[in-house]
Design a protein around this ligand. Sequence first.
Ligand code: ATP
Length: 307
Amino acid sequence: MTVRAPAKVNLHLAVGAPEDDGYHPLATVFQAVGLFDEVTASRAPGGTFTVEVTGTDASRVPEDHSNLAVRAARAVARTAGPDDEPGLGVHLHIRKQIPVAGGMAGGSADAAAALVACDALWGLDLPRDQLADLGAEIGADVPFLLLGGTAVGLGHGDRLTPALSRGSWSWVLLVSSQELSTPAVYGELDRLRRGRAVVEPRVSDPLMQALRSGDPAALGASLHNDLQHAAVSLLPELDHTLEYVAAAAPTGYLVSGSGPTVAVLAEDEQHAAELAVALADAPGVSRVLRASAPVPGCRVVETGVRG
Ligand code: ATP
């Protein structure tokens, strides 16, 4: 059972002051982009949960029970009935393309794919809402990666409303040679904001209008990320990348999520191809990828049951 899960960019990411539980309230607009991890689930003896990771940067992904896809598989097994957990087992094979620790939710994508793959492998047929609830406990981005498309995320980013978006958007993704830890970037934002009033996070009206209009220039002008400043503060080289991108006159750009991947918006596919060439030598960048968006959330791509 093989499931494909997309990466995401946040077109808008507004972050509020941390609450008592340490979580930050968010108002974000997610877009699923055409860059995918694949997770294959195969039957394994009851109570066995194993994972193997291949593909880009596979060595940076844990192959033990801390892997988010394994946590997702165990959560599905528990839901099937606490008494059943020893009866269900799975071997997961993750083929990675999504940058690791790049702000594109690669781990959450694998968790979302594992939820769908295990549900199908074990013939449980759980409702998508239930899978989304299980996913939200593993990572706030997981429910969006199940849904896909373009959506507003409130709360911790897991209270989702699909958003209208006309046509297809062309992205160039600059993968950094460095990584950033998401909790560290949020911590740095809190540090930079210390002593200042923090406004309630809100979704921007111009951005929602731009999405509906299908006009790349309008979308480019309304991209925003509250975490960008904190990501640059932790990784000053990122500023050189951003300066290089600005000089190439893209339609828009921003740091994706907690970074350090930079998402560059193009006018159309032809412009994206030109930007990909122009940005190939951007400082601090290890890979330049192109992706169209929006794309659907996790989907089964192959149902042959192995093992
Ligand atoms: P986000 O955008 O959701 O904040 P990210 O894209 O910046 O996350 P991930 O690629 O999800 O970061 O990885 C963050 C860390 O999670 C990695 O350093 C890795 O150790 C761990 N991790 C656990 N499971 C996975 C997985 N299946 N894929 C990638 N990383 C994983």
